[in-house]
Every structure is written in structure tokens, then in C-alpha cells.
Write a protein that binds this ligand. Structure first.
Ligand SMILES: Nc1ncnc2c1ncn2[C@@H]1O[C@H](COP(=O)(O)OP(=O)(O)OP(=O)(O)O)[C@@H](O)[C@H]1O
Length: 335
């Protein structure tokens, strides 16, 4: 569905993209993750035909977005960052206007709008002006305008930013529903959003792609921690330093620190490990040393830790070039 090859984009002296390549097959819901200024919006704007790349290509269903933007835009529904809408219009009129601009024949317009309204839960606010709507409903309107022409691909730039927790849950479940039928690429800063919504995550940092995997597989092989609670098998009193030294010698353990036990006669430790699973070796060591493992809890490196490692924390604040006035903050079809 999407094929991006060697994409670069410079805004004057600022290099927003430094050679990004990836493919997205039909039907995937892909999360585009990255710190501020990493290049997420730029990639999405290029796909949506709002920004021209400096070099490289972006194809949607084989159509080069710079060669035939009219044809590629037909395949795309785009919800830009900040969801710009025509505030003074009534929801009904706005969707009608978008459907007309999108070239939906008059005979099919009412049915397409009805479909978008139903899917996005907008029936109750059709007669309201957009400026009267809550942020959650505005986001629904943004999604409705993105799907009104029934595109194959949805490009959603930070669709849940600024919403309250209830609205976030609603919009996420709406995106999940839409993802059953459509290919979706969404950008976000929220790691849990990717885990709950996406089957694949792309991490971009400083204009380069630094990870591409299933959310649950990111960080696999990077180790993590095993928390244990131990007791003596013989009833002998456990000495913290002796047990610590047993644990430190378990093959694969890279660090040991004390943790909570479970009351008298028990000791708790948190063991760090690298690539290999230490649980079997841990069990053997416990048996050899007459220790009883009351609890063993393993935790992989979290997506958050992986993200921070791959992106080097937040992009240097103040290091970004000031943005030129954005020409894309108008409603998507007005540019
Ligand atoms: N119109 C523009 N003019 C000049 N520089 C720009 C413009 N748009 C983006 N940039 C710069 O390009 C880089 C990438 O920006 P982009 O908006 O693509 O990042 P992002 O990952 O979407 O960030 P955010 O999460 O903050 O939206 C940043 O350094 C940004 O300041």
C-alpha cells in the first residue's frame, strides 16, 4: 500500500528527513513514533501530498505522490496535526462540502456522508457549528472528513493529542474499528497508544528510521529484570549478602539489587539480565543452594525504555530551527 524509498526533506538548513525507507502492506495499522521534531509530520505530509520531498519517492498503491498527487490523494484520508476545520460551518454542511470537493457524485454523497456520520458517532451534532463542539467531537469530525470518500489508506497525525482520557479511549477504539478495513498510519507520542492500537511500530529519530517491529517484540533480546522472592528450604536464616553472591554468579545475571520480600524468613531481589533468559539457571542455582523460589517475575525492557534508548531521549530542546509559518494549518482540502 505504501512504499517509501530514500525520502529526504530539507526546510532550508533544517534536515527533517535523512533517507527514510519503509513499506506498509494493505491492512496494517502502523504507529509512527518519535520525539518532537523527529520527522513524523513531514513524512505524513509528503504521503498526503502537502509537502514535496527533497529527494526519494513515496508511492501509494504504486502511484508516486509527487508525480500524480490527484490520483494518490483519492486513495488517502488525511487527518492533519491540530485537525484544522472550518469553525463557522455546521458539521452537516462541512461534511457535505468535503464530499463535494472530494468529487463524490451527488447521487452517492448522502449515503457516503451517512456512513461517515454513523461510523464516527456524529449524528447528535450534525446541526451544530464546529466551533461549538468539544475536542473529542472535533476529532470525530476530522476522522469523518478523512473517511467520507472511502479511502484505502488513513494517515492520522497525532489523532489523540489534547483529548481527555475518555475521549482518547473513544477515538482509539474508533481508529481500531477503522483499522479493520483500512490501512492506517498514525503518529503519536503516546507509547501505550501504539501498544493498544497498532500491529507494527516505526520509530523515527532525527529524520531516520531507527526501529521497525511489532510493539511487543521491540526490546526483545535486550534483556530486562527478574524479580525473585526466596526462602530457605532448610529453615536456616537467610543472609542477604550470601544470597546476593549466589544470585550474582547465576549465568546471564548482570546485576543484583535488593527488593521487597514477603515478610519474615524471605528475601527479595531484582536481577538484571542481558539477552539470555536466566530463569532455568536461576532455578538450578536455587536448588543447589537449598533455596526455595517463592516468586519469579520477569519483565522485558519496556517499550518506553527502548524508545528512549533508540531516540536518545528528547531531541535537544532549542536545537530546532524555528518553523516557518505553516501553510498546512488550513482544512485539508483548502490548501
Ligand atoms: N514548514 C517548516 N519550515 C521549517 N522547518 C520545519 C517545517 N516543518 C517542520 N520543520 C522542521 O522539520 C523537523 C521535523 O519536523 P516534523 O514536524 O516533521 O517533526 P514531528 O516528528 O512531526 O514533530 P512533532 O512531534 O513535534 O509534531 C523539525 O526540526 C521542524 O522544526
Amino acid at each position: 500500500m505504501i512504499r517509501i524509498e530514500g525520502l529526504t526533506k530539507s526546510y532550508g538548513a533544517t534536515q527533517a528527513l535523512r533517507g527514510v525507507s519503509f513499506e506498509v502492506p494493505r491492512g496494517q495499522v502502523v504507529g509512527f513514533l518519535g520525539p518532537n521534531g523527529a520527522g513524523k509530520s513531514t513524512t505524513m505530509k509528503i504521503l498526503a501530498g502537502f509537502v514535496t520531498p527533497t529527494s526519494g519517492t513515496a508511492r501509494i498503491n504504486g502511484i508516486d505522490v509527487t508525480v500524480d498527487p490527484v490520483a494518490s490523494r483519492r486513495l488517502i484520508g488525511y487527518l492533519p496535526e491540530n485537525n484544522p476545520l472550518y469553525e463557522e460551518m455546521m458539521v452537516r454542511d462541512y461534511l457535505d462540502f468535503i464530499a463535494e470537493v472530494r468529487g463524490i457524485p451527488k447521487a452517492r454523497r448522502a449515503e457516503r456522508i451517512r456512513n461517515a456520520v454513523e461510523r464516527c458517532g456524529l449524528r447528535a451534532v450534525l446541526g451544530k457549528d464546529i466551533h461549538q463542539l468539544s475536542k473529542g467531537y472535533r476529532q470525530r469530525v476530522g476522522l469523518a472528513q478523512a473517511i467520507v470518500h472511502d479511502p484505502d489508506l488513513l494517515i492520522l497525525d497525532e489523532p489523540t493529542t489534547g483529548l481527555d482520557p475518555n475521549q482518547i479511549v473513544e477515538i482509539r477504539s474508533l481508529i481500531k474499528e477503522l483499522g479493520k478495513e483500512k490501512t492506517v498510519i498514525l503518529s503519536t507520542h503516546i507509547l501505550s497508544e501504539v501498544q493498544s492500537t497498532c500491529s507494527r511500530v516505526l520509530i523515527i529519530s532525527d529524520g531516520r528510521l531507527v526501529a521497525d517491529d511489532a510493539p511487543e517484540r521491540l526490546g526483545e533480546g535486550e534483556g530486562g529484570t527478574v524479580t525473585v522472592v526466596l526462602a530457605s528450604r532448610t529453615g536456616a536464616t537467610l543472609r542477604t549478602e550470601e544470597v546476593r553472591s549466589v544470585l550474582e554468579r547465576v549465568p546471564g545475571v548482570t546485576g543484583v539489587e535488593s527488593a521487597e520480600g514477603e515478610g519474615s524468613g524471605t528475601l527479595g531481589f531484582r536481577l538484571r539480565y542481558g539477552a539470555e533468559d536466566i530463569r532455568r539457571a536461576l532455578f538450578d542455582a536455587a536448588v543447589r543452594n537449598e533455596l526455595c523460589l517463592l516468586e519469579v517475575k520477569r519483565q522485558h525492557v519496556s517499550l518506553e525504555e527502548t524508545f528512549r534508548k533508540l531516540t536518545g531521549g528528547e531531541k535537544r530542546s532549542g536545537g530546532e530551527a524555528p518553523r516557518a509559518p505553516q501553510d498546512d494549518q488550513k482544512p485539508p482540502l483548502a490548501a
